[in-house]
Write a protein that binds this ligand. Sequence first.
Ligand code: SF4
Ligand code: SF4
Length: 173
Amino acid sequence: MGAQSEQSELAEHTPSSDFAKEIAAEPGGEGINKCIQCGICTASCAISSFTDRYRPRQLIQKIIIGKREEVIQSDLPWLCMTCRMCEARCQEDVSPAEIFKAVRHIAAREGHIPEVFISIVEKVLSDGWMLGDSYSDFIEDDREDLGLDTDLGWDKEFAHRVKERYFSGGETS
Ligand code: SF4
Ligand code: SF4
């Protein structure tokens, strides 16, 4: 293959939208340039088999053609559970999981985080975990049935350290 044909093949695989370039510049988003829209990722994705709303190939297509606001404001990039099955099967060495992580980074910086994720973080920061009242309803009963100590002496130290380390800008000891 000559240099000219190699260059033209590269050009065919290089998305031109500003949004695609923005994603390519974000850590993890570089693979956007190699996607050929074959759809193997969608066919491999457990979330896609669960809901028609989630299609990795289609989401990547929207990035390639520059639908920035639609993608950034969507909850779809947050539905990826990072199982990386798509990455393992992609013949072009693209990781949709990494691309969607790059999208989430940009979305988070611009304040577009789905409410459910915010509420989960707030729950962990206030209670130390996300299960809330289910502790007493389930876990405590299970521990009692198993003959385990039900008084775990939870003092929220973990939540305190997470707050200090990641939300207050300080280091913990
Ligand atoms: S990410 Fe890979 S598997 Fe998915 S459409 Fe692009 S080239 Fe195909
Ligand atoms: S990493 Fe995300 S997009 Fe890929 S198969 Fe898993 S859930 Fe689907």
